[in-house]
Each structure stands twice: as C-alpha cells, then as structure tokens.
Design a protein around this ligand. Structure first.
Ligand code: GDP
Ligand code: MG
Length: 440
C-alpha cells in the first residue's frame, strides 16, 4: 500500500527530474537575459554556475516544460540572493545616529540624503540634521540646503573654508548639542573611483564614526557596478546599498551585481527626482525585472499551486485510510506556512475550533512550525515513515542536524501522535478527509 501511495504522489508532483541537457539549454536563455539586464559578467557566470548545479535533478512540476522549470528555479535563487524584503535604515544606536552617504558624482547622494531625511522626519518623527561635505563643487552645499528647506529638514550652517572632515566633526558636534536623533553626511563624489576620494571617505569615517554607510549607485550602472561596490566596500566598509533611478528604463542588473559582490543589503531604491520617490526594496519585484521572464515564473507558480491542491486531496485520502506519518506532518506544516500559519488554515476549516484549541495547547504555534520542519528535515526517509524507530542515538543525530534538542524532538513526536490519533478518529467517522480537502 505504501508503495502504491508513493507512486501516486510521484505522479502528482512531477514528471521526472531536470536533466543536464534541459538545464544547459534554459541556462543559455537565462544568461542572455541577465546580461541584457546589465548584470556584470563575472556575477552572471558565478550565479549561473551555482544555479545550474542546483537545478540538475530537481523535480519538474507536472504540465510544465523543463526550461520553464529552470527559469522558476533561477528566479527563486535570484530572490534569495537579492536578500530580504524591507531591510531599511538601522537607527539602533546611541543618538545622534550618523548616516554617511558615499558614491560617485551624480549617483544621487544629495537627493537621496534629503529623501531619507524627509522620511525620517515625517514618518518616524526623528529630529534630523543634514550636512554637505562636498567642498569641491561650489553649489553642492547650497543644493543640500535648498532641499532641506523644501523638505523641512535642518541643515548645518555653511561655513566657508572648512575641510570635509572638519565639517563632519562640526555636524556631529552640532547634532549632539542640538539634541538631534540623526545626522546625515552627504559626501562629495568623483566621476570615477580614485585614491584621493577613498582617502577622504576613510578619514570622514574615522572622524564621524557613522552607524550606517550607504553606497548610493545609479541602477543603470553596468559592468562597473562590481568594481564600484567592491572598492567602496573593501576600502570603506559599507553597511548597505541604495539604488537610484529605478524609475528609468534599465532592468536594474546592478542590484544583483553589487549585492553579489558585497553581500550587503539593498536598503532603499530611488524612483524619481521628487522627495517622496524613495521606496523599500522588494527582491521579488526586482528579480522579475532583472530576469524579464515574469510570465513563466507565475505560470510555474500556478502549476505548483494546483499540484499542492492535488497533494492535499491525496493526503485527505491517506487520512481517511488512517495513515499519517511524519512526511504527512511535514507536508501539513509547509502548507500551513503557505496559507498564513495556524490561524489562517484553521480559520478556513469549518468546525475546526476544537482542534485549533488542542493544537494551540500543545504548542503548535506559527513560530514552532519552522523548528518542527527543521527537525523532520533532519530525519531519514525511513524514520519519517516510521517514527517508532526513533530511539536515543537517532534523536541525538536529529537534534544536532536541526539545531534543537531531544526534548524538542520528543515534543514533536508527541504532537504527531496526538494529531495522528485525532486524524484517525475523524477519518473513522468519515469526515476528516472531506474537511481537509475543503480547506485546501
Ligand atoms: P550626487 O552628485 O550623488 O549628489 O547626485 P544628486 O543627488 O545631485 O543627483 C543627480 C541628479 O540625479 C539630480 O538631477 C537628481 O534629481 C537625479 N536623481 C537622483 N535620484 C534619482 C532617482 O531615483 N530617479 C531619477 N529619475 N533621478 C534621480
Ligand atoms: Mg551631491
């Protein structure tokens, strides 16, 4: 029976695995797309090599072509590499928190300084002071002053003849005396990276000890993005990236290049010249734009969703037959995560109030779902199918593998037994399967 169920599930979830040939073919398309999006060559190479390895052997979702499957895998890896949603500016430090803006000339440092200041002032009710350290261009300090006046943000009074580092020190001092929460230091850029620029940035950093050092870069930066990000990060040590001109036509490959090279989060994006044209960074959206194959991605996602529905139906069948092993539990937990956690899934099930209470009482809250999936993932296939074989030494191994302890594993096993009993009871009455199906 177990085998038969296994093959039914296989039939549902896929039509085999991606071959090297499938992957190589699709990867040529992906490579072209990334290069067209202006991702730096070195990053394209490294990224496609890594994903190629991952994709070979992956299961193909039913009704999807191998090439489409590869695109979806690439997309997911792209999202993972680009980082998490909405990292934002970190103000978690003693006041005044110093934010230093660095980057090439014309990248948008001054504009972004004012945008960030305006947002911190209006949205976060912070008292912000801005200072321009750009003594190279005569109008630069005046530009920041005007933007500040326009946005209702204080700027450090301009004193002629001071060096950038002296202005930085004066700004921090003024912020301390004036009770400011945040100081934004807008530095001077150059048309290209050179030693005097780096030396100046390093000296400002030493004097002002900024909590955030944001590298501001034009999203249209092409092959130079790698050099730019690497240089600033190695020499100055940036804490994050801001990509400007995301409102332009470019596909924003620089985001991937700079993130890949530095590993630093993309904290914000600029989407226009106006003061409010500053947005959170959403990896999913940017990945779509870089890859330019959003249609395929959503097609595969839809197909995978319908597979989930079929799987749920198969699961309901198993429940009816009184079968509920740890594989099933893991499937359930994953479904729950997708459906918005315990509250979400139970809310969709009619007459599930009692079960919800029971589960809550046994500690099956949303946070523990992640841990429980980790535990089950550390088990062998045989162990999952037959939890009774989990004796002391196996538990020890699983605890080490999942970063938990024996107590957590025992708790999970107990919960599984309770659930299996509950399912059995419901299946016996001929109701459980239907309800599970209805909920999914
Ligand atoms: P800085 O030399 O690095 O200080 O660059 P600026 O802040 O002076 O910006 C240079 C030009 O780019 C200005 O005309 C800005 O209005 C424009 N700019 C800055 N950010 C954006 C953006 O996100 N989108 C668009 N379209 N223009 C921007
Ligand atoms: Mg400027």
């Amino acid at each position: 029976l177990q085998d038969r169920l296994g093959s039914i599930l296989n039939g549902l979830t896929g039509r085999g695995a991606l071959s090297e040939k499938d992957v190589a073919g699709a990867m040529r398309e992906v490579r072209r797309a990334l290069l067209e999006a202006d991702v730096a060559l070195e990053v394209v190479r490294e990224f496609t090599d890594k994903v190629r390895e991952k994709a070979v052997g992956a299961t193909i979702v039913k009704a999807i072509k191998p090439g489409q499957m590869v695109v979806k895998i690439v997309h997911d890896e792209l999202v993972a590499l680009l980082g998490t949603d909405g990292v934002g500016i970190d103000l978690n430090a003693a006041s005044p928190v110093v934010i230093m803006m660095v980057g090439l000339q014309g990248s948008g440092k001054t504009t972004t300084s004012a945008k960030i200041a305006a947002r911190l002032t209006k949205r976060d009710r912070k008292k912000v002071l801005m200072a321009s350290l750009d003594t190279r261009r005569p109008a630069a300090q005046e530009q920041l002053r005007q933007l500040g006046a326009q946005a209702g943000v204080d700027t450090l009074p301009i004193v002629a003849g001071q060096s950038p580092t002296d202005i930085a020190a004066r700004a921090v001092q003024a912020a301390k005396l004036g009770g400011f929460d945040v100081v934004i230091l807008d530095t001077a850029g150059r048309t290209h990276i050179d030693e005097p620029l780096m030396a100046e940035m390093a000296e400002i950093k030493r004097r002002a000890t900024p909590h955030e050092i944001l590298l501001v870069a034009d999203a249209l930066t092409g092959q130079d993005a790698v050099n730019l990000a690497r240089n600033f990060d190695e020499r100055i040590g940036i804490t994050g990236l801001v990509l400007t001109r995301m409102d332009g036509d470019g596909r924003g490959g620089a985001a991937l290049s700079m993130r890949a090279v530095t590993g630093k989060p993309i904290k914000l994006i600029g989407t226009g010249e106006k003061m409010d044209a500053l947005e959170e960074f959403h990896p999913g959206r940017v990945a779509d734009r870089i890859l330019g194959m959003g249609d395929i991605v959503s097609l595969v996602e839809k197909a995978a969703e319908s597979i989930d529905a079929e799987k749920a139906a198969a699961m309901a069948g198993r429940l009816k037959a009184g079968k509920f092993d740890l594989n099933d539990l893991a499937d359930q937990l994953r479904q729950m995560q997708k459906l918005g956690g315990m509250g979400g899934i139970m809310g969709m099930m009619p007459g599930m109030g009692k079960m919800k209470d029971q589960l809550a009482a046994s500690g099956m809250d949303d946070r523990s779902i992640v841990r429980q999936i980790a535990i089950i993932s550390s088990m062998t296939k045989a162990e999952r199918a037959n939890p009774d074989m989990l004796k002391h030494s196996r538990k020890k191994r699983i605890a080490a593998g999942s970063g938990t302890d024996a107590a957590a594993i025992n708790k999970l096993l107990k919960q599984h037994r309770q659930m299996a009993d509950m399912m059995k009871a419901m299946g016996g009455k001929g109701k459980g399967g239907g309800m599970m199906r209805a909920a999914m």
